[in-house]
Design a protein around this ligand. Structure first.
Ligand SMILES: [Zn+2]
Length: 158
């Protein structure tokens, strides 16, 4: 594995652990040349999923895009990058359990929100506001109200 900084190939693994229930392996590596440290993930290769968007157009499923959206939603929360990696891996696993071809944006959103609800409510509400805005505003407000009731304190503005 090439160093992401100096591009020399002499790197060593300094830590290796299973993530996402053994669906992936996360490795911390150190470059023997410049001592730069970086992380790699190893996972099972699967067929490329097609995402059907709300307007009926299709695009390739991108875990990077999903992760980027989740990072935005969980800014200034206590959610770690590792938790988000694990969340995405769980969601992927659930999608592949149903299909190996096409999945709708709404279905992905629902799966993500189910997982996110267990992690952090602020991130959940932010993510919900992006995914459900056009679909069902009344339903979203109802959800928001339920979360607020459960917490018995106001949720930070989104
Ligand atoms: Zn290096």
């Amino acid at each position: 594995m090439k160093c992401s900084q100096c591009h020399k190939v002499d790197t060593k693994v300094i830590e290796s652990r299973d993530v996402a229930d053994g669906e992936a392996i996360r490795r911390r590596r150190a470059c023997l040349n410049c001592e730069h440290r970086f992380t790699t993930y190893e996972r099972v290769e699967r067929p490329q999923l097609i995402v059907v968007k709300n307007d009926g157009t299709r695009e390739l499923f991108s875990r990077e895009k999903l992760l980027a959206g989740l990072y935005r939603a969980s800014e200034k929360t206590k959610i770690t990058g590792l938790q988000l990696e694990s969340l995405v891996a769980n969601v992927e696993q659930e999608i592949y359990a149903c299909t190996e071809q096409e999945v709708t944006t709404a279905k992905i959103g629902d799966l993500v929100m189910e997982e996110l609800a267990n992690l952090d409510e602020v991130a959940y509400v932010r993510f919900a506001s992006v995914y459900r805005r056009f679909k069902d505003i009344a339903g979203f407000e109802k959800e928001l109200l339920q979360i607020r009731k459960r917490k018995a304190e106001p949720v930070k503005s989104v």
